[in-house]
Design a protein around this ligand. Structure first.
Ligand code: GLU
Length: 448
């Protein structure tokens, strides 16, 4: 093993050298490589064919200028990205993130994680990710439309239903997908619904896609609880964020008998000990695009904690659903100390390596994002299936499929962890299980 570990360490050093300054990408790579020692010890062919080095190098990275005009007629310039990471299991698949923090290192961490996540779904999708440092906050609807049109004017030449199928992520929802789909259709003169997922229901979208990431993450936590002969019933829960993932996580937690008492945005935390009023949150966030602070305007009993830390609130189940590295070592220690027994990541890489170690050492049920939040992209793959068959399925049918996929992912991660001598360690289970399928396909495809 020592020799194998030394080889993997050399690979990691090479990743650091080849990708300077991309700290989030380094973090995501290290987390996976740390799990792979026992796998390559069993499969020397992966080392011979340098599968790990190839997986760490995206197949293609596209960076482009996105010029657009704001409402005052002033020219604005953003940077656009699409990193096509791995196509061994299917066309590149993954969302687009519009957020001022976006740079190549963020897109590469997301794209890298996406490969393993997509592999775990069991569906035929490769991994990719894209986005821009465009900040949608405070922009008018027309500005968002002009930005999306300019973004697609470059992106369209790189994507297609058999090549690369983008979707949403932070800052990209139904509105943005609509503007991008319209521009794609206009440029190509093709009504090609399979080119994007997360579409509107009357033009090729799938029922349950909006709810999928949050519902899926909650189904995953439910499975982790069931594996411990427990359930959501009566559990106090925290869900960070208040975007699409957070909203539908809260909804499913409530349906399964849990009580979600807090959510957040980048300005602060809402704490409602009676349980969050989700209709109000939906109205504020989805309809009026306001801040969650306004929750207390009608619900005087609730508390708004400006710049507060949601993880200080005692809970039994925590579901980080905002962004990367939102739970650090100190937050993880607080959660464990306060009696948290399960963490399910709706966001991508929301826990720092220090935090992950604390959860694993405490032996709580910890579901890492690439397993727990795979329901979003899995339902995107179901949307692609419906598009390919010119079909549309009912809500119940699609939700059942989503639930079955999450049950399967949980089972595979659980069994793989046990097989590799680390029962209950879903990080190891997810990394190994996601990796092996990609690695075998890459071996089969030869040196490409
Ligand atoms: N952005 C989501 C994710 O992180 C969904 C991607 C998709 O639907 O393609 O998995």
């Amino acid at each position: 093993m020592a020799q194998v570990d030394a080889k993997i360490e050399t690979m990691y050093q090479e990743v650091l050298k080849r990708n300077p300054g991309e700290t989030e990408f380094h973090q995501a790579v290290l987390e996976v490589l740390e799990s792979l020692g026992p796998v390559v010890a069993k499969h020397p062919e992966y080392l011979e064919r340098r599968i790990i080095e190839r997986i760490c190098e995206p197949e293609r990275q596209i960076i482009f200028r996105v010029p657009w005009q704001d409402d005052k007629g002033k020219v604005q310039i953003n940077r656009g990205f699409r990193v096509e990471f791995n196509s061994s299991l299917g066309p590149y698949k993954g969302g687009l993130r519009f957020h001022p923090s976006v740079y190549l290192g963020i897109i590469k961490f997301l794209g890298f994680e996406q490969c393993f996540k997509n592999s775990l779904t069991g569906l035929p999708i490769g991994g990719g990710k894209g986005g821009s440092d465009f900040d949608p906050k405070g922009k008018s609807d027309d500005e968002v439309m002009r930005f999306c049109q300019s973004f697609m004017t470059e992106l369209y030449r790189h994507i297609g239903e058999h090549t690369d199928v983008p979707a949403g992520d932070i800052g990209v929802g139904g509105r943005e997908i609509g503007y991008m789909f319209g521009q794609y259709k206009r440029i190509t003169n093709r009504y090609e619904p399979g080119v994007l997922t997360g579409k509107g229901l009357t033009w090729g979208g799938s029922l349950v896609r909006t709810e999928a990431t949050g519902y899926g993450a909650t189904f995953f936590v439910n499975e982790m609880l069931k594996a411990r002969k427990d359930s959501f019933d009566g559990k106090t829960c925290l869900v960070s964020g208040s975007g699409n993932v957070a909203i539908y996580t809260i909804e499913k937690i409530h349906q399964l008998g849990g009580k979600c008492v807090a959510c957040s945005d980048s300005n602060g935390v809402i704490y409602d000990e009676k349980g969050l009023d989700l209709d109000l949150i939906k109205q504020l966030k989805e309809v009026e695009r306001r801040r969650i602070e306004d929750y207390t305007k009608t619900h005087k009993h609730a508390k708004y904690i400006a710049k507060g830390n949601i993880w200080d609130i005692p809970c039994q189940v925590a579901m980080p659903s905002a962004t990367q590295n939102e739970i650090n070592g100190k937050d993880a220690a607080t959660l464990v100390k306060n009696g948290c027994i399960a963490v399910g990541e709706g966001a991508n890489m929301p826990t720092t390596p220090e935090g992950v170690k604390i959860f694993l050492d405490a032996k709580i049920a910890y579901g890492p994002g690439k397993a727990a939040n795979a329901g979003g992209v899995a339902t995107s793959a179901l949307e692609m299936q419906q598009n390919a068959g010119r079909d549309s399925w009912t809500f119940e049918f699609t939700e059942k499929k989503l639930e079955d996929i999450m049950i399967n992912i949980h089972r595979n991660c659980f069994d793989t962890a046990a097989e590799y001598g680390a029962p209950g360690n879903y990080v190891l289970g997810a990394n190994i299980c996601g990796f092996i399928k990609i690695a075998n396909a890459m071996v089969a495809h030869g040196l490409v």
